[in-house]
Every structure is written in structure tokens, then in C-alpha cells.
Design a binder for this molecule. Structure first.
Ligand code: FMN
Length: 352
């Protein structure tokens, strides 16, 4: 039995957000000690030539990324790297620091291996976090910066707010993500419309040629989702990240009536959205899949469905730090089984 499986029952007795802070403390400590990082990396990092790929001009040594919301303030990057991630997305970050929603705001659904969160973009704000990132940037792994709108900013001023936060990170990120899909900032999801995404990406392209993605919700009507994605791609988006958490509370046996759901119960919904997205846009843009990915098999399935990269969050809580290595090892085996010499050949293989 792994160490994590042994400590998990104790960790799960603590309130979910406090348990996250305990993990954060551990990873901040790891981020400050090279010896500690080397110790972790020996257990958790996995390298294999077949997993390497270059996407949007960035080098990925494996396709498994940490999804946004785990390292909101970019405090754990070195520690997280030692857990074997191929890339790390920090944030969501907003222009002004904000506390987020009142606690409790993070809940576990143990039997369903799912989480429900109503965090509300709690973060230290762009100035402080950009300055922290400048200490380590450029970094050994691609670093994504996930950007959001401050709660206090009315929707009519959202474009300016996104512009301000993007400008603060221009020198300290490898790619950017516009998050219009969190259910925890009032009216944010209303910005997932063709007019706003067009303005948003035209604005962003005046500032940077680095990759910029749109992160979408799994709760949109398919035709609206496709139209919004098309507008973003036609106006400068490098790709789409699908999906954020869902507000479909019917997926849980005992849901809270707030926040967004992630983890195992999101798997099929996220996968369905991704299938529609890939049918429409594979080959035309870069697709990143996230939502309920908890094994090498599931990650490989999304890759064959058209994902150039995948991200994880909730399964890390349930399975612990060995997860990245497990997933990567199993992808290598699955590639071999299918006769692919490189992950590049598997991306979208199920679509042709
Ligand atoms: C506690 C928590 C906080 C999150 N915060 C953010 C966030 O700030 N920005 C964002 O784009 N996604 C956020 N997410 C969503 C994840 O990035 C991811 O899209 C979602 O959880 C689905 O993946 P999973 O099933 O692997 O967890 C958060 C998820 C959780 C569980």
C-alpha cells in the first residue's frame, strides 16, 4: 500500500480546504529544497522519449498537466514539478487580490470520487503573483497562467479587467488561459458569448503572440459552445481547454447547492463535450482535455479523441502523488500496444 493510501484516511478527516492547505505547505517546503525535490522526483517523475512533444512551440516531456485552481498563487511550482507533471497551470489570477467566497467552499464526495467547490477565485492578485513568478521564469516546464475577472468588476467592464490582468503576466508565462467558465463568479459564464470572446482575443493579440486558450464550461448547449469556440479560434485563440466544473447537481447523490463539481462524476459529461469539440475543431486548433481524468486509460482515450494534452486535479486528491507517473507509464504501454512510436501519432487517432 502506498504511503498516500495510508495517510489518506487521516487527511480526509480534515476539512477539504484545510487538507489542501496542508498539501500546499508540504509542496511549498519542497519547492524551497533541492534535496527534497530530488527525493520526490526519484519516486514520482517518469521520462520516456515517446511521450515528448512540441505544442504551440513549447516543449512538453509528458502530456499530463496540473489543471488550474490547485496552485492558485504559483507558490508550489518546483514541488509540483517533482510530482512528475509535464506542465503546470497556475491561477485563476485576477487583477486585484480577492478572498473568494465564504467558507466552507470545498466539499468531498468520497464514494463518487468527486469534489464540489465554490472557491470564487481566491488569489493574491496579479502584481504579487507575477513578481513571484519572475523569480523562477523562464522555467524548465511550460507554465500556464489562468486569468479571471474580479468579482467586483461589472460584466460591462470585463474586457478591460482581463486586459489589465493579462498585461501583468506578459513576461512571466508560457501560455495564457481566459477562464470565462467558473460557476463561482456571478455572471462570469454569461461572457461565454461570440461577441465577448471575439473582443477578448482581438484585445489579447494586440499584446502577445504567445499561446492563449479559452477554457469552457461543460454546461453550454452544444451549438452555442461550438459557436463560441469558433469565434475564439477565428480571432486569435491557440486552442480550447475543455472543461471546467459542472453545475449539474443531479450527478451527485448528496449535492450541495453551490459551486461546481469535478472528478469521476464529471468524466462522461466532459468527455462528451470533448468529442463534439474534436469533431468540429481537431486539426484546426489545439485541444486540451480536463474533467474526470483518473487513469492512463482515460488520458489515452482523450488523446486518441484529439487531445494534444490533458490535465488533472480531483483525481490527484483521491489517488495521491503517484498518479502522474502511473498515468504516464500506462500511456507508454498503451502506445506500444497500439503500435505507435510516439504520442504525436496517437493524438486524434480515433477520429480518422
Ligand atoms: C478546488 C478547485 C478549484 C478550482 N479552481 C479553478 C480555477 O481557479 N480556475 C479554473 O480554470 N479551474 C478551476 N478548477 C477546475 C479545474 O481546473 C478542472 O477544470 C476541473 O476540476 C475538472 O477537472 P478534474 O475533474 O480533473 O478535477 C478548480 C477545481 C477544483 C476542484
Amino acid at each position: 500500500m502506498s504511503v498516500y493510501k495510508k495517510i489518506r484516511p487521516f487527511l480526509f478527516k480534515i476539512d477539504a480546504e484545510n487538507a489542501h492547505y496542508a498539501a500546499e505547505k508540504f509542496l511549498i517546503m519542497a519547492s524551497k529544497s533541492i534535496l527534497f525535490q530530488e527525493f520526490l522526483a526519484r519516486s514520482f517523475c517518469f521520462e520516456n522519449e515517446v511521450l515528448k512533444n512540441q505544442i504551440c512551440g513549447l516543449d512538453f516531456y509528458n502530456p499530463i498537466g496540473l489543471a488550474a485552481g490547485f496552485d492558485k498563487n504559483a507558490t508550489m511550482i518546483r514541488g509540483l514539478s517533482a510530482l512528475g507533471f509535464g506542465f503546470i497551470e497556475v491561477g485563476t489570477l485576477t487583477k486585484q487580490p480577492q478572498n473568494g467566497n465564504p467558507k466552507p467552499r470545498l466539499f468531498r464526495h468520497l464514494k463518487e470520487e468527486s469534489l464540489q467547490n465554490a472557491m470564487g477565485f481566491n488569489n493574491e492578485g496579479s502584481i504579487k503573483v507575477a513578481s513571484r513568478l519572475s523569480q523562477i521564469y523562464p522555467y524548465a516546464l511550460p507554465i500556464g497562467i489562468n486569468l479571471g475577472k474580479n468579482k467586483s468588476i461589472p460584466v460591462v467592464d470585463a474586457l478591460k479587467n482581463y486586459e489589465e490582468v493579462l498585461k501583468d503576466f506578459l513576461e512571466v508565462g508560457d501560455y495564457y488561459v481566459f477562464n470565462l467558465s467558473s460557476p463561482n463568479t456571478p455572471n462570469l459564464r454569461d461572457l461565454q458569448n461570440s461577441i465577448f470572446v471575439k473582443e477578448l482575443f482581438l484585445m489579447a493579440r494586440e499584446h502577445t503572440q504567445k499561446p492563449i486558450f479559452l477554457k469552457i464550461s461543460p454546461d453550454m448547449e452544444i451549438d452555442v459552445m461550438l459557436e463560441v469556440c469558433m469565434q475564439s479560434i477565428e480571432n486569435g485563440a491557440s486552442g480550447i481547454i475543455a472543461t471546467n466544473t459542472t453545475t449539474d447537481y443531479s450527478l451527485l447523490s448528496l449535492p450541495n447547492q453551490i459551486g461546481g463539481i469535478s472528478g469521476a462524476v464529471l468524466k462522461s459529461k466532459s468527455s462528451e463535450i470533448f468529442t463534439q469539440l474534436a469533431k468540429a475543431f481537431f486539426g484546426k486548433t489545439i485541444l486540451i482535455s480536463v474533467g474526470g481524468i483518473d487513469s492512463g486509460e482515460e488520458a489515452y482515450k482523450r488523446i486518441k479523441m484529439g487531445a494534444s494534452l490533458v490535465q488533472i486535479w480531483t483525481s490527484l486528491v483521491f489517488q495521491g502523488p503517484i498518479l502522474c507517473k502511473d498515468i504516464n507509464q500506462s500511456i507508454v504501454e498503451l502506445l506500444q500496444k497500439d503500435g505507435f512510436l510516439s504520442i504525436k501519432d496517437a493524438i486524434g487517432a480515433d477520429l480518422s
